[in-house]
Structures are given as structure tokens and as C-alpha cells.
Design a protein around this ligand. Structure first.
Ligand code: CS2
Length: 498
């Protein structure tokens, strides 16, 4: 942590001292009241939801402030409360830093020691939307089927004690139950996570959880609660001390936890808010009837390429996406992923040429000012492989084809699970089922076929139609063998020569 003591802290009291070049809330924050509770306050939602909402508040709207809830962690509240929940958004692009102080978060709570307050807040009539960014794993779903994982230990614990929930499905269900009991109109649940059909997934998970608590409540959730889908996009890596220092220099004040992000942002939202919503379109969001094509394009083309770069980069010892894009081979590999596998699987996207979109992605990925760690993107593969690669693979296989590049990605992921390049370089595997995956990989490391058999049998990740396809299986085995025999670099070169 950088030295936080030598300058005053960013806060409502010190904000007037900011240099003129730093944008800040132009509205009276004291007059803003909460309308949104956000579950899972991390960097991404502060660079995305927080910024869009800040711009809406700047239009004079007063009743759509946000209260953030840190789930089972204390650090965001500890960082932001002393600065009146103000924080800096640092937008970085070659040679240029743009600083803006965001004011849309009014308070931060944590479920660690404020469980009662969090549930009481979620039941307030003025709270009309619950937004969520808890990453894929926060939905406690079985990734292959999308249904609630009823064997998940945290879900089981919440089902045993549904009045004191810890999980997102548990918290939402209990708040919905109490609002119903108290005669408070329902809220809308807005998932802002990178899941295919995130609203549909949230609805399925919460409805099932509620049904298990009480079948009548399950019916109530299904009949009354809106779960619009969204596509969210903004590359926002974890903040480092160097960036805290850059913000400190730019503000002349200390911000304990700024967010660093690229200039690009996109938000496509299904316009289904029976309880009202902020006019996010005033900040550039696209409100539409059908998010599906946008989300498929983003999850497959952006996130799918990110994951391929990430696993190959970890094997090659490349630390960031920008460095991967400076590699002589990797940009050509993701170009082939797009051109040969993914673009054809994306349905028509209104107003967007998907090939042009992938060229724009190249421009975003090369940004050297955004140090997006490949090891960070490698996390939670069990949750990410499905929406990013395997759904597309399943569609290609169902039509009688075989994906050309996705098997290389699956092979790289399989070898990544071995946690070592065999020459002394090691890394960690972060995944909700890391223990199981790394044990399968280690036990089958003796042969490419055994390794692939072992991993493709993990049904929560690989749907039957993909796992049981002989052509797909053989393609992954061939890629694993090539990486083993020639090293990741040699195998990539050979692949590019095909
Ligand atoms: C990344 C995403 O970490 C990851 O898995 O692919 O966080 C990505 O940066 C965002 O979805 C961009 O909108």
C-alpha cells in the first residue's frame, strides 16, 4: 500500500481543493437519496454502473443514488467510508490520464457485520433496483446446466438458515420475502455480470432458491420480479499502488481505492423495469428489447479472446494482455479464433458489424496503460469456459463442423491446471473448483488423452454434446500433445502454419 498519510484524504470536505482539470460531481450529493442497492462492490461496478449513474445524477435526478454492499469482505467499506464514498475513476490511454471523482455511491455496507442493516436496506420502499456484480461464481450455478447448484455448501447453509442469508440468491430471496410480508412493492433485479442471459440466469437461480425455501414464494418470485438482461463492458483491472500514486499526484489528495479503466464503455440493457429506472440512456446506455445478440458478441468475442490470450500467456510467461498483444504470434491466434470459430456464431447485432467489433477489440487490448494481468483473467475458468467458448463450440459441432481454435484454448487451460511449465516456473489456479480440477489434471498428467478425458468429464463445465464429440476430443488431445512436445511457443507456431 502506498503512503496514505502525507496528503489529505479525498472527501466531501476536501473536494473543493481539487485541481480544476479533475471532473467531480456537479450535483448536490446531500440531496441525493438511494434508489439502488448494489451487491458485490468491486472495481468493475465502480467504473461502470457508478459512472453511468453519476452522469444521470448530473442531469438533476435525485432519487437514484447507490448504496454498495461488500459481500463477505471489509476492505471496500474501510477504504471508501472515510472519503464519504467518493472515489476516482482514472481513465488511461497512451500518454493521457483522465481523472474524475465519482459521487453516485452514497454509502457502503458489508455483510460481514451489517447483515441486519443490509436486509433492512433492501426492504426500503425507495430501493427499486438491486444491481449485482458478483462474478460468475456468485450465482452458485451448475455451469453446464445453468441451474442452481443445490449441493453448493453456501447454498445449503442458506437453505438451512434462510432468514440470515450469506449468498446472493439467499439475500435476494429473503429481501423479496420480507417486502412481500411488509406490503412493500417488489424491486427489479439487474445482473451486471458476464453470464450468458444474465437476467434469465439470475431469475432461474433466485426462483429455484425461493421455491426451496417455500414453494409459494418461488411462485411469487416467478410472477412478480423482473430480471432484465444486460451486456456490460469495460476493461477494469485490479488497482495497483502505482495507480494509487498517479491518482494522488493528479488529485493532490489521497484516494485509498481509485479505479483504473479504459476509456471505452458499453452497456446494453433490456428495458424491463416495472419499478422504474434511472435514465441511463442519458449516459449512453442502449435500452433495448433484446440484449442477446450484444451479449453473445461480447462474451464470445471479447471475453473468449481474453481467456485464450490468458491461458496461452500463462504458459508462455506473459504477464499482461497488452504484452500478449505485442507478442509476434498471439494476436494472430485470437484473430483466427474470431474469424474461424466465433464470428459466425454471433447472431446479427443491431447497428454493429461483428468483424469490425473484433478489430476494435484489438485496439482496446493493446492499450499498454491498462495492466490487465493474464493470471487475473485465468481465474474461474470453470465458470468462464462455457459462455466464452463452449456454447459456441456446441453450436458449431451441432451443425456438423468442428471448431478450429477453441480446442487450442481448452488444451492451454488443461495444461494451465498443472500449475507449472515443467521447467520450474509455477503459478496458482484460482477457481471455485480448483482443488478438484488440479487433482484431475495432476492424476492424468502422464498422457494427453487421459488429461483430456479426465477434464472433459467434468460435467459442470463441458456439456455432453461437446465432451462426447470425438472430433472435438481428438482436436484437444492433439493440441495438448503439441504443447507438450514442442512447448507452448512451438505449438502455437505450428498451429499458425496450418
Ligand atoms: C475479463 C473481463 O477477467 C476477465 O475474465 O475477460 O473481466 C473483461 O475485462 C470484462 O468483461 C470487459 O468488459
Amino acid at each position: 500500500m502506498s503512503n496514505l498519510t502525507d496528503l489529505p484524504r479525498l472527501s466531501a470536505a476536501t473536494i473543493a481543493a481539487l485541481p480544476i482539470s479533475v471532473r467531480r460531481p456537479t450535483y448536490d450529493r446531500e440531496a441525493v437519496t438511494p434508489g439502488i442497492v448494489h451487491l458485490g462492490i468491486g472495481a468493475f461496478c465502480r467504473a461502470h454502473l457508478g459512472v453511468y449513474t453519476d452522469e444521470v445524477l448530473a442531469t438533476g435526478v435525485k432519487d437514484w443514488g447507490i448504496v454498495g454492499v461488500d459481500l463477505l469482505a471489509l476492505d471496500m467499506r474501510a477504504a471508501l467510508k472515510p472519503q464519504d464514498c467518493l472515489y476516482t475513476k482514472l481513465e488511461r490511454i497512451a500518454g493521457e490520464d483522465r481523472l474524475q471523482v465519482i459521487g453516485s455511491f452514497l454509502d457502503i455496507l458489508t455483510t460481514i457485520d451489517q447483515e441486519t442493516e443490509v436486509l433492512a436496506l433492501m426492504c426500503r420502499p425507495d430501493i427499486r433496483i438491486i444491481t449485482i456484480t458478483v462474478t460468475e461464481k456468485g450465482y452458485c450455478q451448475d455451469a453446464a446446466t445453468g441451474t442452481l447448484d443445490e449441493t453448493h455448501p453456501a447454498i445449503r447453509a442458506d437453505l438451512e438458515n434462510p432468514r440470515t442469508p450469506k449468498t446472493v440468491p439467499g439475500l435476494l430471496t429473503e429481501a423479496i420475502r420480507r417486502r412481500r410480508e411488509q406490503g412493500v412493492p417488489a424491486f427489479t433485479v439487474l445482473s451486471c455480470d458476464n453470464l450468458a442471459q444474465n437476467g434469465v440466469t439470475a431469475r432461474r437461480i433466485v426462483t429455484r432458491f425461493a421455491e426451496l425455501v417455500d414453494p409459494d414464494l418461488g411462485g411469487f418470485v416467478a410472477a412478480t420480479i423482473a430480471f432484465p438482461c444486460t451486456m456490460v463492458d469495460r476493461i477494469t483491472p485490479a488497482t495497483r499502488d502505482a495507480e494509487r500514486d498517479a491518482v494522488k499526484a493528479g488529485l493532490g489528495l489521497v484516494d485509498a481505492w481509485p479505479v483504473v479503466t479504459e476509456p471505452f464503455r458499453q452497456w446494453v440493457i433490456e428495458d424491463n423495469f416495472p419499478t422504474g429506472r434511472p435514465a441511463w440512456e442519458k449516459a449512453g446506455a442502449i435500452l433495448t428489447d433484446d440484449v442477446h445478440p450484444f451479449e453473445t458478441m461480447k462474451l464470445r468475442c471479447l471475453n473468449g479472446a481474453h481467456s485464450l490470450l490468458a491461458y496461452l500467456s500463462v504458459l508462455l510467461g506473459i504477464e499482461t494482455v497488452a504484452e500478449a498483444m505485442a507478442d509476434p504470434h498471439l494476436p494472430r491466434v485470437i484473430r483466427r479464433l474470431w474469424d474461424e470459430d466465433l464470428i459466425a456464431t454471433v447472431p446479427p447485432v443491431p447497428g454493429t458489424d461483428v468483424t469490425a467489433y473484433t478489430h476494435d477489440l484489438e485496439g482496446r487490448f493493446v492499450n499498454p496503460e491498462i495492466r490487465h494481468l493474464t493470471i487475473q483473467i485465468s481465474s474461474d475458468g470453470s465458470q468462464k469456459l462455457g459462455p466464452r467458448w463452449l456454447e459456441a463450440a456446441g453450436e458449431i459441432l451441432a451443425e456438423g463442423g468442428c471448431p478450429k481454435v477453441i480446442p487450442l484454448g481448452v488444451a492451454a487451460w488443461a495444461l494451465f491446471l498443472l500449475r507449472s511449465d515443467g521447467n520450474g516456473r509455477t503459478w496458482g489456479v484460482a477457481d471455485p473448483i480448483a482443488e478438484r480440477l488440479t487433482a484431475i489434471a495432476a492424476a492424468n498428467a502422464h498422457s494427453a488423452a487421459a488429461l483430456v478425458d479426465g477434464l472433459l468429464a467434468v460435467r459442470e463445465i463441458f456439456p455432453e454434446g461437446v465432451a462426447a464429440n470425438p472430433a472435438f476430443h481428438a482436436a484437444v488431445v492433439a493440441r495438448v500433445e503439441a504443447i507438450r512436445r514442442f512447448g507452448a511457443r512451438g505449438a502455437i507456431e505450428a498451429f499458425l502454419a496450418e
